[in-house]
Design a protein around this ligand. Structure first.
Ligand code: BJW
Ligand code: ZN
Length: 271
């Protein structure tokens, strides 16, 4: 249903002061504040390829070296990035609410771990995490912050369109270190056409059903199923506030829309 959307911060602050369970859904716009470009942004390219085509299981099986170069580049970028004022405002708010016996959970589509680095502890990463690997042979998932992730990727991964594929042999790409396994590792992220982790989705459902205020920050609401999280909350009659530099298809379904960079708007909203 369509509802009247406000951008009245005083009214939002009133709702915020009464909320006991807050869910914050975040997307690439929050990481943009840390200098990490969205892979779906206007540019949307790495070298000459559309990033949307690289983030698929088909591309990984055909062009394993290329896809690892792409993720190596983004791991190194995320390692060097620092949490922004938007990440910090969310983490500080969680801590403050906890002391007041209120709760805040972050449901993020971002894979760069910047929310955790800012200090968020209740965090659901629905599209995985680029600092975790998954073995294609034994299924083992583990944290990995090595830089570079393997010697053969050292100095590789430049996004410059003139740079040719490194064509690294698969045996020299990241391999499993579990006893006697040596399987090929992949980034533990959710690619197009893959399903989201059902355990995480169950937790997300519970948060969406119990929150009494929801913020949707820096996401274009194009990629499913995450695009439906905010509308799902709004359909229960719960106030939803969108923070984005521009309106989205979901804006008319939300009580509030705050236009602008989230590093400017969120610290005010969550103070
Ligand atoms: C700012 C700002 C600032 C900027 N301050 N704001 C139903 C309908 C149609 C299609 C589908 C459907 N169900 C499934 C599909 C297919 C597909 C899909 O959604 N396709 C769409 C493109 C149409 N979905 C899937 O395949 C999903 N799987 C699935 O549903 O499984 C079941 C199934 C399978 C097959 C068929 C049917 C069902 C999986 C999706 C996984 C997406 N993974 C990625 C890549 C992760 C790894 C990686 O990063 O490499 O996740 S895609 C990419 O998009 C990444 C992001 O998390 C995700 C969302 O992007 P986000 O965060 O919204 O970023 P942007 O750039 O789009 O928007 C940024 C926003 O910020 C903008 O609005 C700016 O204005 C704003 N902004 N600066 C505030 N400073
Ligand atoms: Zn293994």
């Amino acid at each position: 249903q369509l509802i009247r959307t406000h951008s009245d911060m005083a009214e939002f602050r009133e709702v915020f002061s009464k909320a006991r369970h807050i869910a914050i859904i975040t997307g690439a716009g929050v990481s943009a504040e840390s200098g990490i470009p969205s892979i779906r942004g206007a540019e949307g390219r790495w070298r000459t390829w559309k990033t949307q085509d690289l983030a698929t299981p088909q591309c990984f099986s055909r062009h394993t070296s290329r896809v690892w170069e792409f993720y190596h580049y983004r791991r190194e970028l995320a390692l060097r990035a620092r949490a922004s004022a938007a990440h910090r405002a969310i983490a500080e708010c969680e801590e403050r609410l906890r002391r007041q016996k209120r709760s805040l959970v972050v449901i993020t589509q971002n894979i760069d771990e910047l929310h955790r680095r800012a200090g968020s502890t209740r965090l659901l990463e629905v599209h995985g995490n680029v600092f975790q690997t998954r073995c294609l042979s034994c299924g083992n998932v583990e944290a990995n912050h090595r830089s570079p992730i393997c010697p053969s990727l050292q100095g590789k991964g430049s996004p410059d369109p003139g740079v040719p594929d490194a064509l690294i042999p698969v045996r020299d790409l990241p391999r499993c270190e579990q006893k006697a396994c040596d399987g090929l590792l992949r980034p533990h992220v959710v690619w197009f056409g893959e399903t989201l982790d059902s355990h995480i989705l169950t937790k997300v459902e519970k948060e969406l059903e119990t929150c009494d205020l929801c913020l949707v920050v820096g996401t274009a609401a194009v990629v499913y199923p995450a695009a439906m999280f905010g509308p799902q909350v709004a359909s229960r009659g719960v106030p939803v506030a969108e923070f984005n530099t521009r309106p989205t298809v979901n804006t008319p379904r939300y009580r509030f829309h705050f236009s602008g960079r989230c590093a400017d708007t969120l610290p005010v909203a969550l103070a």
